[in-house]
Design a protein around this ligand. Structure first.
Ligand code: GDP
Length: 194
């Protein structure tokens, strides 16, 4: 898989916009500011591919990126941003539900902050992924921000809070340093090949 051959395809706002060519779709979800854009950029070794920073929660579309014409990276809108209006939140939920029931998801990747106990919104998102019955993993980002001694306990707290089944991996990762990138890449390649 040539990760350099990545291009933006489109922002989907309705079902008809979802690519339906049968290529695997690798889906990234996460609370605003958790480092979702940074994670996608780090995996692709790009600096400004997926947008970093800016106004959290503003985008309610789903962004599709083609990776080497062999798969899609799917960037779901960041959730949990308090300042978004109820109308926007309902639109977000509607679009998300449409996508999650589309049967298009090959592998779900949810990004959480390794420092914190996952929120109720994180739990809802994990349940959405688990509900698809498709392969799912949690990326515990900002690994560089904790002490070595905190790793095991923080990962266990993520597992327990999200009620993750045993087969769902929690992968410690730093989008800043790149630590954990190989494990994520291996998982992605495994599911694209399958
Ligand atoms: P998004 O809203 O989830 O797309 O988050 P961004 O990718 O825009 O990142 C939010 C902030 O967290 C930015 O200031 C990033 O530089 C920072 N950030 C993201 N990942 C990491 C990480 O692994 N370590 C550290 N220290 N900072 C990170």
């Amino acid at each position: 898989l040539n990760l350099h051959n990545a291009e933006f395809i489109r922002s989907a706002v309705k079902t008809a916009d979802f690519p339906a060519d049968g290529l695997p779709q690798i889906v990234f979800a996460g609370k605003s500011n958790v480092g979702k854009s940074s994670t996608i950029n780090k995996i692709l070794n790009r600096r400004n591919f997926a947008r970093v920073g800016g106004q959290p929660g503003k985008t309610i579309h789903i962004n599709f990126f083609s990776i080497d014409k062999q798969a899609y990276f799917v960037d779901l809108p960041g959730y949990g941003y308090a300042k978004v209006s109820k109308t926007e939140r309902d639109r977000w939920a509607g679009l998300l539900e449409t996508y999650f029931t589309s049967g298009l998801i090959t592998l779900g990747l949810q990004i959480v902050d390794i420092r914190h106990k996952p929120t109720a919104d994180d739990k809802t998102m994990a349940d959405c992924f688990l509900g698809t019955g498709q392969p799912f993993a949690v990326i515990a980002n900002k690994w560089d921000k904790i002490k070595k001694s905190e790793l095991e306990g923080n990962v266990a707290r993520i597992r327990e809070t999200l009620l993750l089944p045993e087969e769902v991996p929690v992968i410690p990762f730093s989008a800043e340093k790149g630590t954990g990138r190989d494990e994520i890449l291996a998982l992605i390649e495994e599911h694209i090949a399958a």
